[in-house]
Design a binder for this molecule. Sequence first.
Ligand code: IDC
Length: 460
Amino acid sequence: MKRLLALLATGASVVGLTVLAGRPAQAATGCSAEYTITSQWAGGFQAGVKVTNLGDPVSDWTLGFTMPDTGQKVVQGWNATWSQSGSAVTAAGVDWNRTLATGASTDLGFVGSFTGSNPAPTSFSLNGVACTGSVTDPTDPPTDPPATGTPADVNGQLHVCGVHLCNQYDRPIQLRGMSTHGIQWFGSCYGDASLDALADDWKSDLLRVAMYVQEDGYETDPDGFTRQVNRLVDMAEARGMYALIDFHTLTPGDPNYNLDRAKTFFSSVAARNADKKNVIYEIANEPNGVSWAAVKNYAEQVIPVIRAADPDAVVIVGTRGWSSLGVSDGSNESEVVNNPVNAANIMYAFHFYAASHKDNYRATVSRAASQLPLFVSEFGTVSATGGGAVDRASSVAWLDLLDQLKISYANWTFSDADEGSAAFKPGTCNGSDFSSSAVLTESGTLLKSRISTADNFPTS
Ligand code: IDC
């Protein structure tokens, strides 16, 4: 493949868009394309177009776009068969890139000439179907915006301000909610009835969607798991809850093992959910057995993929030692403070299990909270195995600390797993009652009592 020249300062621009392929009516379609002028000189320029297919696999594609300036001409192109008629340019796939799997990208390029200005092309399309800006999935119809007065409606698009998570009024807020268990195992716990209970009875502000990558998770069926995650994002949105999309890496502990999968997954879910205000991305659940430098390197490769598709969403970065800010590996928050991820609008994950992680972990969070934006995207009331007895005293000490520091949290788990961390008794998800106190475990009773107290979201 002919390589593009290094990016020069001259007129580089990135265009996010969607191309729809001419496909059977029931296919999910969509892609993103990045147009970059890599070099420009008097009357000439070189440009690259990175096309990523976000829908179902496509074959025999033709990319079309419009040159906005009548003087712009493709002189010579590569990695496709190029032609131009007036301002209309087409690039047809060649043998080795004619088929694009879901999430697959191909880099096209050309040398062009121009007179006057040299604006970016517009109206990208594939196989003659106009671009829409998002994935169209006929099995996945658009949902209504969150109902008035719900957490997502009141707070709107979130962002990081200082060390806090802030709402659309630029005021710090705390989100309190629950994490799913692995969606590959506990799908029956995430239907309309249980999520109604979570939103209406628990008054939960958020649902963390734990999509394991290994352990029969994403790697076994990327398209299927991507759809499940999107479906849960929609179900959370319809109920006014934020959705935390958790790329649940755990074993192996080095997130770089899943770097390509992460890029594919996040480019897809970020493009598909870009217009929603209720989505937060968590790029690596619990890095372990790996240096902070390696985690940071992973983050700095995955975050730009998300930003290209969904520029304004908050991203949560896992930390060393099972997201303990390094404490479980004998380190502490200083490794992050001294070497932060080079990206804006991000927070760092801190996870704890109350029966295992006590005063020294709480001291770390108290200290770190004034220096780093923290999000407790997972915690348990029990031991780090996910089982054993609820440690009520430690759990309450933790929850009081998080409330005091306005640190958002999601509890492991909103499920009926047969382990102490689950909120529901085993078998609950086979039934229809998710609301009575009879279906709650000790952990579920405690968490419901904490999460269902009134929120106090500033609105000015
Ligand atoms: C646990 C589950 C358990 C499952 C195990 C392995 O509770 O049912 O068998 O994972 O997949 C974490 C992880 C989270 C763990 C949880 C409890 O993020 O996946 O879930 N835990 O061990 N970090 C610390 C504890």
